[in-house]
Design a protein around this ligand. Structure first.
Ligand code: SAM
Length: 227
């Protein structure tokens, strides 16, 4: 069964972000308060990330729905028994459901802040986590914050479980790129919590107006960490 449920009410008085899907000339962008949170040119990178994550099958967890490209691909892969996506914003879920009225039985979407919701999940309950929430850059660069948060993720990951963050990009990554960085910085961020990492290079082609890549085309790197 697929559903979207509210795990906690929006804080009273909190101003909801301005969320819109912009379609033009075959391009698709999810804007959150004017930030390019996701663009559909990332399709192949999302799918390859999902494939590395789910190679062994099992139960999966994802932070951030976005356009739902990775979510749908994960749910479609062989031996994926269940996929739980935690998305903070109701309107992101609503837009996704409008575009995808029929969802696979193994895909469940919960409206919640991932950083709160993860603590409500049972120990050792997932074989892999896809971690691609759109957050301010400082959040990912705050080592103390990661040191406190990543162990909370590891609690729900089974031994041998995998962790795939947003892909890395070669070159001078612009400030508009919040959750991505160079492959070296990505390894530095996360490898200390894991035993091994698989790094795969894939070429990308962004849109002419993409603000979060160093160039229109270049190399991206999918990273799959494993315990
Ligand atoms: C880059 S998009 C995800 C793209 C997705 N992988 C795809 O294939 O379309 C990031 C998503 O994370 C969500 N997000 C940001 N902060 C979050 C949080 N704290 N908890 C859950 N979702 C969050 C955003 O609303 C956005 O939908």
């Amino acid at each position: 069964m697929s559903d979207s449920s509210t795990a906690r009410p929006a804080a009273s008085g909190a101003v909801p972000p301005d969320i819109r899907l912009v379609r033009s000339a075959g391009e698709l962008t999810l804007l959150i308060d004017g930030v390019q949170a996701m663009q559909a040119w990332e399709h192949d990178l999302m799918c390859r990330s999902a494939e590395l994550l789910c190679e062994q099958g099992g139960e999966f967890l994802e932070a951030g729905l976005g356009l739902g490209i990775s979510a749908r691909h994960i749910a479609s892969l062989p031996n994926v028994r269940g996929h739980l996506v935690v998305e903070k914003y109701a309107s992101v879920i609503e837009l996704f459901r409008q575009a995808n009225p029929v969802l696979p039985d193994n895909l469940r979407i919960v409206e919640a802040d991932f950083f709160d919701h993860v603590d409500s999940l049972p120990d050792n309950s997932f074989d892999g986590i896809f971690f691609d929430p759109e957050l301010p850059r400082e959040t990912f660069e705050d080592r103390a914050l990661l040191d406190a948060f990543v162990p909370r993720l590891l609690r729900v990951l089974r031994p041998g479980g995998r962790f795939v963050p947003m892909f890395a990009i070669a070159g001078e990554v612009p400030d508009a790129a919040t959750c991505t960085t160079s492959p070296g910085a990505m390894v530095e961020r996360y490898l200390r919590f894991f035993d091994r990492v698989v790094l795969e290079r894939l070429p990308y082609r962004a849109y002419p107006d993409t603000r979060y890549t160093p160039a229109r085309t270049g190399d991206a790197f999918v990273l799959c960490f494993q315990r």
